[in-house]
Design a protein around this ligand. Structure first.
Ligand SMILES: [Fe+2]
Length: 299
């Protein structure tokens, strides 16, 4: 529970606040951008919610915060939003919420598919989310993009009898995974589900392309939203590139072979771009990254 004695500097006066246990993971800013901002070290409330919708969004952020760092002095309204999760993004694709501290607050997603539902990376194993997923048909598969974001995947797999999918080079994080991806060629594991190895952030990093429309990017690629009035930009986590920036660049270039228009990131924001703009932005990003390779991790 957030501590009002430890409120971060510059938090706007009012009910909602962030305390100094915040790990600045971005979850709240993605869910309630009208209320939360990045102060460099932490998130903080820069403007208190001005409407019921904004209050709802801030409360969703409160329960999804992986470290419980958000408080509401007016009293918990958790029950008013807890069944909002999984939160619909588009079509049959959802954001799970309940980000886990075990994955440094990484996002996880849910696909409701007639051949069986998929979870992409893992949220916290919480009773309310488990019940909601159960009501939506349970889980058949849990795809883990890389070793950082496995969180409670084992608990979800056990509860739902789902098989976990992970690359050989990330298997140390989930050694009991049922399906192990080998090598670095793309593999269509089921029609409409293409797994594309994207080494760079880590060696065993893989993204999922669903229906040639939704790209679940893990920590490979995200949509920047720092300039909210301008078009959002595809970006990579250059400063958090644990394996190889050169291979990260190659893995961004590799995505030019595919069509997609939704970018659904583990860390960093998610959103839509027309697929033609995706291609153009990918080309620009590759050019910028190649120029940066002499000064690795500068971005
Ligand atoms: Fe990661």
């Amino acid at each position: 529970m957030a501590d009002p004695q430890k409120i971060v500097d510059g938090n706007a006066d009012g009910d909602f606040f962030v305390d100094t246990t915040c790990i600045n993971c971005d979850t709240c800013r993605q869910l309630a951008p009208e209320s939360f901002e990045d102060d460099g070290d932490y998130s903080r409330v820069y403007r208190q919610p001005r409407s019921e919708i904004e209050r709802k969004e801030a409360t969703r952020a409160l329960i999804s915060c992986p470290t419980g760092s958000i408080g509401d002095r007016s009293g918990s309204k958790v029950n008013s939003v807890i069944e909002d999760f999984p939160l619909l993004i588009d079509g049959n694709v959802y954001y799970c919420g309940f980000n886990s501290p075990k994955s440094y607050g990484g996002n996880s997603f849910l696909i409701l598919d007639k051949e069986g539902n998929w979870m992409i990376d893992s949220p916290r194993f919480t009773r309310s989310l488990v019940k909601r997923i159960e009501a939506l048909g349970g889980l058949s598969r849990i795809f883990l993009t890389h070793e950082d974001d496995v969180a409670d995947a084992a608990s979800f797999a056990k509860y739902f009898g789902a098989e976990r999918i992970i690359h050989r080079e990330a298997l140390h994080a989930e050694p009991d995974a049922e399906v192990v991806l080998e090598g670095f060629d793309s593999v269509e594991i089921l029609p409409s589900f293409l797994l594309i190895p994207t080494p760079g952030h880590t060696l065993g990093h893989v993204v999922l392309l669903y229906r040639n429309k939704y790209l679940f990017t893990g920590d490979h690629l995200y949509l920047d939203r720092t300039e909210q009035s301008a078009e959002r930009r595809l970006e990579v986590h250059g400063r958090h590139c644990w394996y190889s920036y050169e291979e990260l660049t190659d893995s961004v270039e590799k995505l030019l072979e595919y069509d997609f228009e939704w970018i659904l990131a583990g860390h960093g924001d998610r959103g839509y771009l027309p697929k033609e703009r995706v291609k153009e932005q990918l080309k620009e990003l590759v050019n910028e990254m190649r120029a940066d390779e002499s000064n690795t991790h500068r971005r």
